[in-house]
Design a protein around this ligand. Sequence first.
Ligand SMILES: [Zn+2]
Length: 499
Amino acid sequence: MSSWKVLDGNSRQAPSCPASRRRRGDHRDRGAHRSGGQRRVGAGAETIPVPGAPGLGDPLFPLDGNGGYTVDRYALDFDWQAPRTPFEAKATVRATATQELSRFNLDFAGNTLHSVTVNGIPAEAVREGDELVVTPWLPLPRSRPFTVTVTYTADPTQMRHRDDAIEDYGWIPTPDGTVVYPQPNGAKMIFPSNDHPSRRAPVTFRITTPDGLTAVANGKLVSREARPGDRVRWTYDSEQPVSTQLVQIAVGKLTAVDRPTTNGVPIRDYVPNDLVDRTDAYLKLTPQHLRWLEQRLGAYPFKNYGVLVGDTDLAVALETQTLSLVPKADLLGTEVDAERTLVHELVHQWFGDSVALRTWSDLWLSEGHARFYERLYSEEHGGASFEAAMKTAYTNHNVWRRDFGAPAEPTEPNLFKRMRYDGSALVLYALREKVGAETFQKIDRAWVTQYRGKTASTQDFVGLASAISGEDMESFLRPWLYGPTTPPMPNHPDWVATP
Ligand SMILES: [Zn+2]
């Protein structure tokens, strides 16, 4: 362990009762205004542990994520009972300190907190809004792993609402189970975490259910074991790191439906038992969608895929990693509408899931691409004209710009408004008109290849577009992404944007 010194100069004693000891939080306010890192006092002075930053400073959600450590793995234990019944939960967070750490935060909202330990020793834990402030008994040395264990009673009815395309998020009860909608920052209602899209870690899920129900989560099923009291424990491993906003945990009377393995990707849908027949005609199109997208974007970035059909009244689909959540309503209407949703969420596995957002202001890259390929596919398969849709978006673009912010300049309330969907697909359309379809495809393929499994920003995309096209795309894209008015559309001098 590195040397450390408490700021008030007192030596630490051996662990006693952490709750009764004096909080080493006299420097709390300093932590709230620092961005992490350690304080050095004088030349050659030893490093003094300081609190990790309470947030990553995202322009839209500054307190989401946390500083001072990185998460190496989450292990989540859920003793699930019934759709609206609280249940016991335990989150084990394996992390590594990135500084000498006197205190750190997790993002955690609601639920009933029971205990927090760090490396097995009870730690002081204080809740401040959506922050869980943890003071370990001993400071944590830089570059060393540590384990935080949080026990709590989870509230599976806990949700929040946004007045945009998200609608309700958090835990969403179904008639016989639950699904989760963590986007944008509702994972903190489900488990204590670094709840920001740029912070990814693998997740182990252990979900115990009554016998007769099925639990599913991201990644692959590792085991299914009988437990006492007619219960079953399902263990899933995300296999690849996952952003908290893309975690899926679902329980219900679900049937696993295997589709043909496509280009080496196993496909397994989870469908409420009584909807299997009625949704099959559309769900069995996923292999075709996957082949179509792989022709354009290259290899699918994860090890498996499937659709989880949500038995809820929410008409919102979500690209939860390797297991897209699609509401039943989207699969009980027309084929054109069903395919648009299915393709949109599958595109996200490349854009937003594999290539993660650096900040929430980069959302246009994820939603813009999902909408772009969704419309392109739809046009080729009986849907509306892509160009006509883009012309309509162009007409409205200044109005959206005014009402919802420029594509790469959202605010917290307008994040998931139309500018991030058709308004951002239009920016990609403009880029394609500018550089040509062939170069555009090279840019997108390079994007999902070069940044596969990484986070990337708007600036990264502009830089890559310049590098691939051999032209300065900064001067072209900047007005589209940030300017006060929508620029002229290349090759379409007749298109007019309503002022
Ligand atoms: Zn989307």
